[in-house]
Design a protein around this ligand. Structure first.
Ligand code: FES
Length: 159
């Protein structure tokens, strides 16, 4: 009888230790996960359609540069960032929006009409007019934005 009580007390103490450990783990783990995942979720929620300008401005078969400014809020701080995007269309109906940031180390690329390619001056990275890799140390094609045309205006999804 006394031994049964001892076993029950041991089981209880073991269970209580696990429960306290689980509570401490949850108390530390949940805020840590929220700290890591929270900003990424906020960024996703913060995405909005950004107007670039008139679709008529895009020359057929030639990447055309658009610049626009957006406001980013971080807590109480509001920053104004410039977004620069190349837009390409071959037929005036289907458009592609490409980042002007090199996928190697983030330098700004530029369109070189003579060669019909994008060139990155930092390490001689070269992309074709669709943003595909031609040469240099670039690891992947140019990043693209989701794009829509409404009432003749181009919009990209970003933020
Ligand atoms: S940053 Fe563009 S090639 Fe290195």
């Amino acid at each position: 009888m006394g031994e049964d009580k001892e076993i029950n007390r041991r089981n209880f103490m073991s269970l209580a230790t696990w429960a306290i450990g689980a509570l401490i783990g949850a108390g530390l783990g949940i805020p840590a996960i929220a700290y890591i995942v929270g900003p990424a979720l906020q960024r996703l929620e913060a995405q909005e359609w950004i107007r670039l300008g008139s679709a008529a401005k895009v020359e057929l078969g030639t990447p055309t540069l658009f610049k626009t400014k957006i406001e980013r809020k971080t807590g109480w701080i509001v920053n104004e960032d410039e977004i620069t995007v190349y837009v390409l269309t071959e037929d005036g109906r289907d458009f592609v929006a490409m980042s002007n940031i090199c996928t190697h180390l983030g330098c700004r690329i530029r369109w070189v009409a003579d060669s019909g390619q994008f060139f990155c001056p930092c390490h001689n990275g070269v992309f074709d007019k669709d943003g595909g890799i031609v040469s240099g140390p670039v690891p992947r094609p140019l990043d693209r934005f989701e794009l829509k045309v409404e009432d003749g205006q181009l919009y990209i999804l970003g933020g």
